[in-house]
Structures are given as structure tokens and as C-alpha cells.
Design a protein around this ligand. Structure first.
Ligand code: FES
Length: 147
């Protein structure tokens, strides 16, 4: 049912964790299943994504697609990262079963939410970036994290 690449990224997910003082953090929820994904981006002054980490409360397909998505955006520019769609991630994983396609959206949206956060923090506008509808912006949580 799952490709070897999906199984590999599910069993050995890359870039799991958090980044302290990340340039941008995005948390999104999947309306279909309620699963949650958080993405941390470390972006330098040249707009290159130096590091990326993710955490998820999601299924195996969400873990595998996020793992692959982090590999695809690491070391890339913001503009290049915007081209990492869920379709591109699925292709890199040699496909997903149709019932699991919605899981792959979490990774794409979490990256967009983290970029949105980065843009807001820096008072810039990223061409072509829209705020994901599934963005979960928890002010209370941010306050907690500030301590
Ligand atoms: Fe929720 Fe896959 S079932 S993300």
C-alpha cells in the first residue's frame, strides 16, 4: 500500500524536533482528521532556509510527507520553498494512497504558516504566499512560550 520511500520516511523521519528562537513557526490542523503539525524554520538574511524541524500529532503519512518536505526545503530560498507543494512532496515519495492525500497537505500548509509568521515578524511581504486557512495561531500558547 505504501511505497518504500514513504515507509522509510515514516520509520526514520528526518528533521524531527524544535528550533529555539526560530525565524518562523507555523502550526496547522487538518480539518478532515483533526491532526496537527508544527513547523520551525531558521531563515538567514539572504532568505535561505538554513534549518527546519517539525513535530506532529498526526498519522504515518503525515510524518512521512513532513519529513520529505523538510528535506526539500532545507538549504533552499523562500521562493523555492513555496514551490514545494504537497504534490511535489508526494511525487518525491513515489505517491500516496488516495485516502491519504489530505495528510500531505499538512506539511505544505505548515511551511506556509511558518513563512507567514516569519514575514509578520519581519514586517515583509512574501510574493505568492497566502495565509493557510488551517493556521492555528494560539496567542496564549505564544505567551507561555515567552517565559
Ligand atoms: Fe490525519 Fe493523516 S489521518 S494527517
Amino acid at each position: 500500500m505504501y511505497s518504500e520511500k514513504v515507509m522509510d520516511h515514516f520509520q526514520n523521519p528526518r528533521n524531527v524536533g524544535e528550533i529555539d528562537d526560530a525565524s518562523g513557526v507555523g502550526t496547522v490542523g487538518n480539518a478532515k482528521c483533526g491532526d496537527i503539525m508544527r513547523m520551525y524554520l531558521d531563515i538567514d538574511e539572504d532568505h535561505i532556509i538554513r534549518d527546519v524541524k517539525f513535530k506532529t500529532f498526526g498519522c504515518g503519512a503525515a510524518v512521512a510527507t513532513s519529513s520529505m518536505a523538510t528535506e526539500l526545503v532545507k538549504g533552499r530560498t523562500i521562493e523555492e520553498a513555496l514551490k514545494v507543494t504537497n504534490k511535489a512532496v508526494m511525487e518525491a515519495l513515489d505517491g500516496l494512497p488516495p485516502v491519504k492525500v489530505h495528510c500531505s497537505l499538512l506539511a505544505e500548509e505548515a511551511i506556509h504558516a511558518a513563512l507567514w509568521d516569519y514575514a509578520e515578524k519581519n514586517g515583509i511581504k512574501i510574493e505568492g504566499l497566502e495565509k493557510p486557512k488551517s493556521d492555528i495561531h494560539e496567542d496564549e500558547e505564544e505567551e507561555e512560550e515567552a517565559y
